[in-house]
Structures are given as structure tokens and as C-alpha cells.
Design a protein around this ligand. Structure first.
Ligand code: Q46
Ligand code: ZN
Ligand code: ZN
Length: 317
């Protein structure tokens, strides 16, 4: 197996691109794919500040590393979800990554800050944990982004994630979700721009990137993901991809090129009716936003203390 670029010994084959790469050229390939996604979808403009949502897993740490290598002004945000040992180990990986590289990052712990965690919120709402978890994370990314005055929130969703979500949305014809399933969600109504710069990299590639870059990450899956329907969609797509490499890419990017706009035109996104939540100030169609209602149902409280806690190096203003 030879590297496509230098003909030296290759360490990874990327069947989707019908190519093998050595360590050096695989790193370059990942950088190129991320740069291409950022440029193609206008994710980050020169000089903009970026907040990376860091979970301690392979995707978010690969993303943080790649954005730094590409020269972006990046800081991290880790949210303590309170999912037992999984969260403790994830937090340790994030901490070590930031400390070894002297990076600026923030930690916000749900239990300390709001008096609840993902397991208690899931039990209180009697819904799948990912629902309460996702809502909490989105709210806190927005909040910290506004507090820090950053322009963009970047998340580590990769091609496998996006293709699986798309597959689920198509299977159930969730047309409102299809209208919003884009690698960039523009800023507006108090929300910062949201971007997914890893959409051109597969899960396997982000794991391989971490390995060749010596990035130690949380390898365990979240224990609360069991029963998450996306895992089943991922497995189904993996079976198809195995037989015809490139299918996930064609499915997702074909949707963006040829179908996404059709769903957007029929979407019922009513931004006009949004006002500020009476408790937290976040934009909401009602009086109290869904996040504040979740905190209340989970037995939590309004935020206390000076948060987020900023760790690592502070940039000069
Ligand atoms: S952390 Fe949270 Fe994920 Fe665990 S509970 Fe679900 S959403 S699976 S990225
Ligand atoms: Zn090479
Ligand atoms: Zn609120």
C-alpha cells in the first residue's frame, strides 16, 4: 500500500477517495478537507473568533487541532454532563489536550451551574437522554458564545453523523429538520453561527487523524446513547458504504446540492415570533424557553457563580 502523494509506505486507505496516504500526507489530506468545507460553505471568515464544542471524543479534539493548524482563533468549551465515569474520563481527555498545548478553554458543569445533570433531566422528562442533553448543550454553546463575544460555534459532526441524521430524517420525512440540516446555520436572533467543519471527513478518518497526531481521546461510547436511533442508521449506512464506497458522501452532498433548497422553501421557521425568555434571555417563541423549562423539570436552578470557568491561557484582549 503506497501513499498517493509520495509513494512512501501508506498507513491508511480512504476507499471513498480511492487513495492511500502516509502519515504526513494523511494529515495534509484532513487539513485540505476541512479547509475545503470551510471555504465551500463560508463557515468562518478571516479574523473571526471560533468556539469549539469539545466533548473529549475523537471528533471534537480532531476539530480543535485542525482549526488551530489551519490558523483559526479558537477557544474550547467543555460541558460537564454528569454522565458518571464517562463524563469524568471525557473531561480528563479534554483537559489534557488543552494543557499539553497551552490552549484557552472553558468548563461549564451542569450540576454545579444549574443543579441538574443529563441522567436526572432524562428521568424527569421521560424522554431519551439525548434529547435533554442536546438541548442543554445547544443552549450553553449559545450562551457562552455570546458571553465570550465569539462569532462562530464549531461542532465535530462528521460525514457519518450527518449522513445518518439525513437518513433518519428522510426515512421519517421530517421535512422541517431537512430544511435545517445544513453544515452552516447562520447567526441571527441572538444565536451565533453554527458550523460543522468535519463534514468532509468520516468517523474512521477523524479517529485515524487523532492516532497519527498522538491525540488521546475518549474511546468509549456514551452509555446513554443506547437506544439512540442514529446508531442503527449509521450501521445501515456502513453496510451500504462497505459495498459501494462513496455512497455516504454522495447521499449527503447530493442532498445539499440538489435537494436541501426544496425543503427550505417549504419550511415553517417562524423567526418573527421570537422574543427573549423571561428567565435567561434566550430567544424563544413562548415566555419561558425550552431550556429553562427543562432545568425546572429536572429540579435544577437558575445559573449561579461566575461562569464559565476559563482555563488555560488567556488571550490578551
Ligand atoms: S453525550 Fe448526550 Fe451524546 Fe450521550 S446523552 Fe446522547 S447527546 S449520546 S453526543
Ligand atoms: Zn506520502
Ligand atoms: Zn430561558
Amino acid at each position: 500500500m503506497k501513499c498517493r502523494v509520495c509513494r512512501g509506505p501508506a498507513v491508511i486507505d480512504v476507499r471513498r477517495h480511492n487513495a492511500n496516504f502516509c502519515v504526513e500526507h494523511f494529515i495534509e489530506q484532513c487539513e485540505r478537507q476541512v479547509a475545503k468545507a470551510i471555504e465551500a460553505f463560508d463557515m468562518i471568515a478571516p479574523g473571526e473568533r471560533v468556539l469549539v464544542a469539545v466533548s473529549g471524543g475523537k471528533d471534537s479534539l480532531a476539530l480543535w487541532d485542525l482549526l488551530i493548524r489551519l490558523g483559526y482563533d479558537v477557544e474550547g468549551l467543555y460541558i460537564g454532563l454528569g454522565i458518571g465515569e464517562y463524563s469524568d474520563v471525557s473531561g480528563d481527555h479534554a483537559r489534557r489536550f488543552a494543557a499539553e498545548r497551552d490552549l484557552t478553554w472553558h468548563v461549564l458543569d451542569l450540576r454545579e451551574e444549574y443543579g441538574y445533570d443529563v441522567p436526572t433531566a432524562a428521568a424527569a422528562t421521560r424522554r431519551v437522554p439525548c434529547s435533554a442533553c442536546g438541548m442543554s448543550k445547544r443552549h450553553l454553546f449559545d450562551r457562552v458564545a455570546l458571553e465570550r463575544g465569539v462569532d462562530v460555534v464549531a461542532t465535530g459532526h462528521n460525514l457519518d453523523d450527518e449522513a445518518a441524521v439525513l437518513f433518519g430524517n428522510v426515512l421519517h420525512w421530517h421535512t422541517d429538520y431537512l430544511a435545517r440540516q445544513l453544515p452552516v446555520l447562520p447567526a441571527g436572533h441572538g444565536f451565533p453561527r453554527k458550523v460543522k467543519p468535519l463534514v468532509r471527513l468520516s468517523e474512521r478518518e477523524s479517529a485515524a487523524y487523532c492516532i497519527v497526531r498522538g491525540i488521546d481521546y475518549q474511546v468509549e461510547e456514551c452509555p446513554m446513547a443506547a437506544g439512540n436511533r442514529h446508531l442503527g442508521y449509521k450501521e445501515a449506512l456502513n453496510t451500504i458504504e462497505e459495498r459501494s464506497p462513496g455512497t455516504k458522501h454522495d447521499f449527503y452532498f447530493g442532498f445539499l446540492d440538489r435537494a436541501a433548497a426544496l425543503f427550505r422553501s417549504g419550511a415553517t421557521i417562524d423567526a418573527e415570533g421570537l422574543s427573549a425568555c423571561v428567565r435567561c434571555g434566550a430567544p424563544t417563541p413562548g415566555e419561558v424557553c425550552a431550556f429553562c423549562r427543562l432545568v425546572e423539570r429536572a429540579g435544577g436552578h437558575e445559573p449561579g457563580g461566575a461562569v464559565p470557568v476559563t482555563l488555560g491561557r488567556r488571550e490578551q484582549p
